[in-house]
Write a protein of this length. Structure first.
Length: 246
């Protein structure tokens, strides 16, 4: 677990008169965290309520459950995790894993279809599960830069197999993604979280050829692929109709 500035002491600093006739509402760290995230996404466009929350049992997410939020950004759709930065409990000193993840792509029909069983949700859920199992990825990301990740056995997912063109999938049934780059065209840090700042990281689809080049190379190869994605105009967006840049 990381430790950015210890900000808890900054809250509740100014005492105010309390009306004894009105009950005092105690706002939990989790509620304050959720409000800060909602405010961050609202700047980009209309957002849904928290969606697709799972049962708490067995979840490795900091708050004990997983949830996602759908944001309409012009003609694009953005799907984001909503809880990887929840505090583990009320005695926590940091906001969970201090990250949230998102996938952005062209709008494609009804929001319920995209949020409910689309490829964006399936990819994001798989990546978030790996991040939770690793107890976060912020420290490796800060040390080594953007992280390429391989999602295996993707043909077993109907949502992925039905939508992704063949040139995104490798011969060994892997879909490659990059966590943390290219940078999006909006702020990637939530500074007003109650305990510690939180980074917002893009999850970007790679074609099989792009993943193959990264597999065969090193960090400079990875950076060259990312630079070409940025220069080509693809950037952080995951457009299933795009051609490979290698």
């Amino acid at each position: 677990m990381g430790a950015f500035g210890w900000l808890r002491g900054l809250f509740g600093a100014n005492a105010q008169a309390v009306n004894d006739t009105e009950p005092t509402r105690i706002v939990s760290l989790a509620e304050r965290s959720a409000e800060a995230r909602a405010g961050f996404w609202a700047v980009l466009g209309p957002t849904s309520d928290r969606i697709l929350s799972s049962a708490p049992a067995g979840s490795l997410w900091p708050g004990g459950h997983e949830a996602y939020r759908l944001i309409h950004r012009g003609s694009a759709i953005l799907l984001a995790t909503d809880g990887l930065s929840d505090p583990f409990d009320e005695s926590a000193s940091t906001n969970g894993f201090e990250i949230e993840l998102f996938v952005e792509g062209p709008g494609e029909g009804a929001p319920a279809q995209v949020a409910g069983d689309g490829w964006m949700l399936e990819v994001l859920r798989r990546v978030a599960a790996i991040v939770a199992e690793e107890q976060g990825i912020l420290r490796p990301l800060e040390r080594h830069g953007p992280i390429p990740l391989e999602l295996t056995n993707v043909s077993s997912s109907a949502a992925i197999a039905a939508r992704l063109p063949a040139h995104f999938l490798t011969a060994d049934d892997v879909l490659g993604v990059m966590i943390g780059a290219p940078d999006p065209d909006f702020a990637t840090r939530i500074d007003d979280m109650p305990l510690s700042p939180v980074r917002v990281l893009p999850v970007v689809l790679l074609t099989a050829a792009e993943l193959g080049e990264i597999r065969a190379g090193d960090s400079e190869t990875r950076d060259a692929v990312l630079a070409r994605l940025q220069a080509s105009g693809v950037g952080h967006c995951s457009d299933l109709q795009r051609e490979s840049i290698v």
